[in-house]
Each structure stands twice: as C-alpha cells, then as structure tokens.
Design a protein around this ligand. Structure first.
Ligand SMILES: *[C@@H]1O[C@H](CO)[C@@H](O)[C@H](O)[C@H]1NC(C)=O
Ligand SMILES: *[C@@H]1O[C@H](CO)[C@@H](O)[C@H](O)[C@H]1NC(C)=O
Ligand SMILES: *[C@@H]1O[C@H](CO)[C@@H](O)[C@H](O)[C@H]1NC(C)=O
Ligand SMILES: *[C@@H]1O[C@H](CO)[C@@H](O)[C@H](O)[C@H]1NC(C)=O
Ligand SMILES: *[C@@H]1O[C@H](CO)[C@@H](O)[C@H](O)[C@H]1NC(C)=O
Ligand SMILES: *[C@@H]1O[C@H](CO)[C@@H](O)[C@H](O)[C@H]1NC(C)=O
Ligand SMILES: *[C@@H]1O[C@H](CO)[C@@H](O)[C@H](O)[C@H]1NC(C)=O
Ligand SMILES: *[C@@H]1O[C@H](CO)[C@@H](O)[C@H](O)[C@H]1NC(C)=O
Ligand SMILES: *[C@@H]1O[C@H](CO)[C@@H](O)[C@H](O)[C@H]1NC(C)=O
Ligand SMILES: *[C@@H]1O[C@H](CO)[C@@H](O)[C@H](O)[C@H]1NC(C)=O
Ligand SMILES: *[C@@H]1O[C@H](CO)[C@@H](O)[C@H](O)[C@H]1NC(C)=O
Ligand SMILES: *[C@@H]1O[C@H](CO)[C@@H](O)[C@H](O)[C@H]1NC(C)=O
Length: 723
C-alpha cells in the first residue's frame, strides 16, 4: 500500500515525515487509494425518501442525549424556576423544545455578526447572562452556517467551542484569535510582492499542490480555503503566520469534531455547514434557480434532504467516487477530503458568480500593478489542474444512484459545489425545517447586505420560505407566516429589530416551528453603525472588530421598545418566553401562555393581521461610519509608499479575488505572451522562500500550454484511475 503511494505520489511520503512534529501545510492533501469498507455490510451512502426520512443514528443519538441529559439543567440555569416569566419550569415535564440557530453568509461581516449574536446568547458572557439572553445558546440543539457564517461555525468547533471573546481576540494562551487585521488575501499588506506575502502565497500553493498531486482536481476554492484556515482554525498566531512551523490548520477534519472535549460531554449544538451546487454542465455564472440541490455537511455525513436526492454520504470517505453507492474497487477510497478549511471554503466559494464582474474589472485594469498581480498569479495557477476553476470540485458519491432518477447530477462523476448563498438563501434555514429533525424553534442570524446601506431586507428568510413552499413540502416542515414581500419586511420594521414569526399556530402539534429573527441592524440607541460593512472588506482593525461585536451584542440583549431609543429591560425574559413556548403544547392539557409572555409576544411577534410600522424605530442611523479611520490611513500611508494605491481594503480584497478569477477566464481564452510570462516566473523564483527551495512543490518550469501536473497527467491516463 505505502509502496504503491510512493511510486505515484512522492509528496505523500514527505507528509509522513513531517507528521511527527507540528504537521505540515501539505497535510491538506487527502489520502487516496485507501481501503474501503465492505459496502455490502457497511454502506457508505444512506438513502431515504422524503416521506420516510431518518437522521444518521449518531446525529440522533447526540442530539437526544444532549436534549435529555444536558439541556434540562441548562434550562434551570437560564430561567431558574420559570416564575419570572410566569411559568413553573417543573410543569414542562423536562420536555424542552428543539432549537436551531442559523448564521448567514457575508464574509468577515457575517462571521463577526454571528460572533456578536452568539456571545449575546451565551451564558458564559456576564452581560448577556445579566440581561437574561445569555443561556439561549446552552439550550440549543443545532447550529448551522454558510459562507462567512460557516467560518465562525468551523472556528468554534475546531477550537473546542471557547467563549467568543477568546475565539475572536485570543486568550494569550493556546488561542490566538482571528487576526482579522491581517488581510485575508494580502496579510502582509497590499504589496503582493513583499517577501512575507510571497512566502505565504508559496505556502498556500504548496498545500494546494499537495492535494493536486493526489490526482483530485483542485480549483480556486482550494487556495481560498487555505487563506480562511489561517484565521479561523488553530495552529496560527501572529508570530508564525508567515512561517511553515505548523500545518496552519491543514489536515483538521470536520469528521473529527466528535473528538473535541465539549462534544464528548454533549455541551455543544450539532453543527451543519451548508453549500449549494451548480448543475454540472450548466457553467452558470449567475445565481441559481431554487431547484439546484442544496447540500449540508455535518461531522457525520454530506448530502441533501432535497426530495430529488434524499441521500447522505459517510463524511469520513467523502472525496471517493462511488457509482450506485459502490467504489470502483475496495482500495479506491479517499479519506481526509473533509478538511475543515475546505468545507468552509466550499461554503464560501462565490467565484463562479464574480467572474463576469471580475472580467469587467480586468478590462478596465490597465495599470502595471494590476498586470503584475495577474502575471504572478499566472505562475501560481499554472501549477493547478482544474476541471471547473470557479467552483469547488467534489468527487460525487451519488453518481448513478438507484432510485434517484430526478437527481440533476445523477450522471456526473463530480459535483460542482458553490457558495451556500448562491440561490439567494443567505441564512441556512432549510436544514432546520427538515422533518426528521423535528425542530421547534429556528433562529435566523442574518447579516445579509440587501439594502444599499448594507442591511438585510428579509429577502433571505422570504426566499427560504418560498423554496420550502414550492419544492420541499414532502421533506420539510412548513415555514411560519412572513411578510408578503421584502418591501413589507422593511415597512413593518421587522428587518431592523428582533422579531418572532409563527407565534400563533392553530394546531397541536404546531404546524410550523417558531422563528426568531436577528437581523443585523442599526444600533437601537441611535449610535453610528459599524456592523454594515462590505462583504469584500477582508481586513478589520482590532478596534473595529471590538466595536462591531459590542454593538451587535448591545442590540441583541436590548431588543427594542416601540417609539424609543432605549433598550428593553425585559427582552431577555421575552427571549426565554419564545424559546420555551413550544413546550407548552407537549403538556397535556396544553399549558396556557403566561400573561408576561403574552405581552412579550404582542411586542415582538409578527402578526400578519396587525402590521407594525418601521416608524416605531425612531432615530436609527443607517449609514456606516468607519470607527477606526486611523487604521485605514496608516495603511494608506504605507500604500502610497509602495505605489499600489488601488489595492486596498474593500477594493483591494475584491480586486485580488477578482484578479484571480478573471485570470482563470483569461487564461482559458487567450494565449499569454510567453516572454512576459517567463519573466514573472523568474521574478517569482527569486522571491521564493527557503522552505520552498528545500521542499519544492514542483521540479521545474513546465510548458506554458500545460496546466496539469505531470504526475496527475500520468495518473489520469493510467487504466482504472478515475480522478
Ligand atoms: C462483503 O460482505 C459480504 C456479506 O458479508 C460478503 O459476502 C462479501 O464477501 C464481502 N466482500 C468482501 C470483499 O469482503
Ligand atoms: C421507513 O424507513 C425505515 C428505515 O429507515 C424502514 O424500516 C421502514 O420500512 C420505512 N417505511 C416505509 C413506509 O417505507
Ligand atoms: C412547581 O411545580 C412543582 C411540581 O408540580 C411543585 O412542587 C412546586 O411547588 C411548584 N413551584 C411553584 C413555585 O409553584
Ligand atoms: C487545534 O484543533 C484541533 C482540532 O480540534 C485539536 O486537536 C488541537 O488540539 C488544537 N490545538 C490547539 C493548540 O489548540
Ligand atoms: C512546533 O510549534 C511550536 C509552537 O507552536 C514551536 O515552538 C516549534 O518550533 C514547532 N516545531 C517545529 C519543528 O516546527
Ligand atoms: C460548459 O463548459 C464545458 C467546458 O468548457 C463545455 O464543454 C460545455 O459545453 C459547456 N456547457 C454549456 C451548457 O455551455
Ligand atoms: C463511516 O464508515 C466507517 C466504515 O464503515 C464507519 O466505521 C463509520 O462509523 C462511518 N461513519 C459514519 C459517520 O457513519
Ligand atoms: C451510469 O448510468 C448510465 C445510464 O444508465 C449508464 O449509461 C452508465 O454506464 C452508468 N455508469 C456506470 C459507471 O455504471
Ligand atoms: C461579553 O460581551 C461583551 C460585549 O461584546 C464583551 O465586551 C465582554 O468582554 C464579553 N465577556 C466575556 C466574558 O466574554
Ligand atoms: C410527562 O412525561 C411523561 C413521560 O413522557 C408522560 O407520561 C406524562 O404524561 C407527561 N406529563 C404531562 C403532564 O404531560
Ligand atoms: C395591534 O398591535 C398593537 C401593538 O403593536 C396593539 O397595541 C394592538 O392592540 C393590536 N391590535 C389588535 C387588534 O390586535
Ligand atoms: C483498484 O484500483 C486501483 C486503481 O485503479 C488499481 O491500481 C488496483 O489494482 C485495483 N485493485 C484491485 C484489487 O482491483
């Protein structure tokens, strides 16, 4: 076995050597040709029908154990005996609602918004605890994220679910924080030719090449995944950011979440990452139609509850090509594909949609600096074999699956996965409505930037509800009543303050879960907002991050008082009311809603028959005001020295991504001028850091016409090899 790997894949032998210490960035490479389980006795794919779903047994066991052993005590910790909200906690008979939280996309903005909301719901935060909101997180059963929301989700679990404060800012010990001031695509500043940036690009490329050498197709999602890992996974601190002293999160697997101590004690919700798919062959560069399959990735499995698929693949072996559930032979399995960084990168893989935009950008891009970026990237990307450059390439486990004739990618051996919000459902609500999960309460944490001022207008929950109604009736619970359109979200003001939906069911059990909506919204006290930043703002000063989190925290614990700029001292208790409300229906006879909670519901519930008005939210300031302009001008000063004034912050980060994307198209469409290409290769070689010279990821320059690695080409032509 090892010998076999040796022959084809010398890079893997190298991984073996460095595994002994802190790991290597090449741990990013999955292992191929692994022994497969006997699928006759231990199937890798689990199929079900929408009307007869089942959860993975380990998901069910985890959630139920937590619900019956941990959560009842957490309820007591949170609401005491319940008398403050007009109930006797004992009367609920220890049968508590199943609660799920969903964190939206929106890049660093969404990750920070999610962090601010979670800290305000966390009993470990003293001001949240004092306000009565802290404790909600402890009684929750599920936590899902997509795109930027998947970054905080992944970060929480791969760091053993610390407090938000420790996670984001670091704890001076084993947690070093998110380091958001080191820009995502240009951590050493906007000069991409600086030594540190060049070393770093080299490390990233080294990871991606290691994966590519296994024969698995990579894409722009892979370097992107590595960039994300430096911030959101452990093993990176300010001192070793630009070194290769550690794996920088490479090789940390999502299927290993059950190994973390807080999981083993059932202290944390069950996590889910959402990603969308582009129908293979469609080459779509626009947003998706709602029919495109929406996938989820849990620590147990990857697949979809959408009626047309209704199948799940064992996550440990994801990356393995299966035909009708079977591998090609019993040693063609792949493990280690479920890299947490790659899961987060897949969920945030928005490149197919910014390609056109990028192409326009590049058309207007006539200064030498911009050309330099493209040419440098040319060298880097010429190492990568890709099938679809602009999506995450996943070997399909669902190819030719019996009984799934309506699955749109049935005939494809690959899946093209893209940003979890590509169908405009920016909050991953769908997973929480899956019937088998039996959710009672769903929380939408929405940092969408729908309005030109950077705030959400409800389009995400609106479209999730529409998808449920139109396509998912057999597999999902109905959505609660929402405003009839986004204009109504705005005119009623429910996009600007915490709102409860589905408060007044007419059946028992209730016909839909109750939904709590926390939209990113202007400070209730009339302060200038700092949380409505751009999606492509890929660096934040520590001061901005702190003000961002504190502002979100204040809004979440403060609720709202109609016609006022004061926080609602009762909001914490109102949140307790809505969290426990569905438990009333399980008691026989049904317990009446308390007077206190009824008053809360009057204030916070959306009632389609009695619409509120945004005029009840006076004095909110909508326009973003940079809270730390000093940080920006310091960078600007640096920039004017280094003669690349365009490449900065908002524009700069977008530009880098755009440039990478645009380059991919550009490369497809025209022959490059070889002379210039060569020159940049030389330039890049001079800049190569020593670690790359000693452990080169390639053995020499390759022909400009070949974008495939030699070894990969060899493999792909070998009989029986399917990558
Ligand atoms: C797989 O398990 C089945 C049922 O026990 C058995 O008949 C078959 O021989 C096994 N296949 C292999 C390759 O071991
Ligand atoms: C539903 O699925 C279970 C296994 O998950 C199976 O035992 C049962 O027969 C199925 N019921 C129907 C009606 O298909
Ligand atoms: C709550 O209910 C329990 C059990 O029915 C009872 O023993 C207890 O006295 C009640 N508490 C209050 C404050 O009424
Ligand atoms: C980093 O995370 C991994 C996966 O959760 C864990 O095994 C490891 O102990 C962590 N390392 C540190 C230094 O926290
Ligand atoms: C491993 O990491 C530790 C600290 O994280 C560092 O001090 C040490 O030098 C590293 N070892 C190697 C071989 O890189
Ligand atoms: C998508 O792109 C592939 C490869 O470039 C091409 O073969 C195929 O025809 C394209 N499909 C459509 C629908 O344009
Ligand atoms: C994946 O498959 C392996 C081998 O059959 C099995 O041991 C493991 O429990 C499976 N994992 C899950 C989450 O089903
Ligand atoms: C997949 O199914 C198609 C259509 O039935 C068939 O033509 C093809 O041979 C199958 N592929 C494999 C690898 O079984
Ligand atoms: C609680 O949250 C507030 C607001 O973000 C923050 O200032 C404080 O440091 C947090 N405390 C802890 C213990 O996390
Ligand atoms: C409490 O739970 C038990 C066991 O599930 C059940 O038998 C009993 O009817 C429940 N009591 C009430 C008042 O709902
Ligand atoms: C409508 O809601 C307002 C509070 O928003 C409340 O004062 C009023 O009584 C409600 N009217 C009806 C008919 O429910
Ligand atoms: C399984 O497939 C691999 C790759 O195609 C091949 O090298 C190997 O010989 C096959 N093994 C068996 C037992 O057929």
């Amino acid at each position: 076995m090892l010998l076999h790997l040796h022959l084809y894949l010398p890079v893997l032998a190298f991984i073996g050597l460095v595994h002994a210490n802190n790991g290597s960035v090449t741990d990013y490479a999955p292992l191929i040709n692994q022994p497969c389980p006997n699928v006759t006795t231990d199937p890798l794919v689990r199929v079900f029908s929408p009307r007869n779903q089942s959860l993975h047994p380990r998901e069910e066991a985890y959630v139920n154990t937590r619900l019956t052993t941990v959560i009842p005590n957490e309820w007591k910790n949170w609401v005491g005996d319940g008398s403050a909200i007009g109930y006797n906690l004992s009367s609920f008979n220890n049968s508590f609602p199943k609660i799920g939280l969903a964190i939206s996309g929106g890049g660093y903005r969404a990750a920070q918004y999610g962090a601010g909301v979670l800290s305000a719901l966390d009993a470990r935060n003293e001001s949240a605890k004092a306000a009565g909101t802290g404790g909600f997180l402890q009684v929750s059963s599920y936590l899902s994220g997509l795109s930027g929301g998947s970054w905080i989700t992944g970060s929480l679990y791969m760091n053993d679910f610390p407090t938000i404060k420790d996670l984001v800012y670091g704890n001076g010990g084993n947690l070093s924080g998110w380091l958001l001031d080191l820009a995502l695509a240009t951590p050493d500043g906007s000069n991409i030719f600086s030594d540190a940036n060049q070393h770093w690009y080299g490390s990233i490329l080294w990871s991606v090449i290691a994966k590519g050498k296994t024969g698995i197709d990579t894409s722009l999602t892979d370097p992107w995944a590595r960039m994300i890992s430096y911030h959101f996974l452990n093993q990176t601190n300010r001192n070793d950011f630009f070194t290769n002293d550690s794996a920088h999160g490479a090789g940390q697997l999502w299927s290993n979440v059950p190994l973390i101590p807080s999981w083993q004690q059932h202290l944390v919700p069950f996590p889910i990452i959402q990603t969308d798919s582009r129908p293979v062959g469609s080459n779509l560069t626009t947003s998706l139609s709602p029919t495109a399959v929406v996938y989820e990735i849990t620590p147990m499995e990857m697949g979809s509850w959408d009626p047309n698929l209704s199948a799940m693949m064992n996550l440990t072996y994801i990356g393995t090509h299966l035909t009708d559930g079977e591998p090609d032979n019993d040693t063609t399995c792949v493990t280690g594909f479920d890299e947490t960084g790659f899961m987060m990168g897949t969920s945030a893989s928005l490149f197919n949609q910014i390609l056109d935009f990028a192409h326009n950008t590049i058309q207007g891009f006539d200064n030498n600096d911009a050309k330099s970026i493209l040419l440098m990237l040319n060298r880097q990307l010429s190492e990568l074999r890709t099938r679809a450059n602009d999506v995450a390439n996943w070997p399909s486990p669902f190819h030719n699956l019996t009984g799934k004739d309506n699955f749109e990618d049935l005939s494809s051996k690959w899946l093209e996965l893209i940003d979890g919000a590509s169908n405009h459902e920016n909050v991953p609500l769908g997973q929480h409505f899956v019937k088998a999960r039996g959710m009672d309460v769903v929380v939408g944490i929405d940092a969408s930037a729908d309005l030109h001022t950077g705030w959400p207008n409800g389009s995400s929950p609106y479209l999730s509800a529409a998808r449920i109604t139109d396509l998912l009736q057999s597999s999902h619970q109905p959505a609660p009543p929402l405003p009839g359109n986004t204009a109504e979200f705005v005119s009623t003001g429910v996009n600007m303050r915490p709102t409860f939906f589905g408060c007044f069911p007419t059946q028992n059990p209730p016909e839909y879960p109750i939904m709590i909506y926390f939209p990113n919204s202007p400070p209730l006290n009339g302060d200038n907002p700092v949380s409505n930043t751009g999606t492509f703002k890929l660096d934040y000063t520590p001061k901005h991050t702190q003000l961002f989190l504190d502002q979100v925290h204040a809004n979440v614990i403060g609720g709202f008082v109609p016609n006022s700029n004061s926080p609602d001292p009762n909001f914490g208790k109102c949140l307790q009311c809505v969290a426990i409300d569905r438990a009333r229906y399980r008691v026989n006879p049904v317990l009446a809603r308390s007077e206190f909670c009824s008053a809360c519901f009057q204030q916070y519930c959306f009632d389609p028959n009695n619409l509120t008005s945004s005029a009840q939210l006076p004095g909110r300031k909508l326009a973003f005001v940079d809270p730390d302009p000093q940080g920006v001008s310091a960078v600007t000063g640096f920039l004017s020295q280094s003669k690349v004034p365009i490449i900065l912050g908002f524009v700069g980060a977008a530009l880098i991504i755009a440039a990478i994307s645009a380059f991919l198209i550009w490369r497809k469409r025209r022959q490059m001028r070889t002379a210039v290409y060569q020159k940049v290769i030389e330039l890049h070689d001079e800049d190569e850091p020593p670690f790359i010279q000693h452990n080169r990821y390639s053995d020499g320059p390759r022909s400009a016409s070949s974008y495939e690695l030699e070894r990969v080409q060899g493999l792909s032509h070998a009989p029986g090899q399917h990558f």
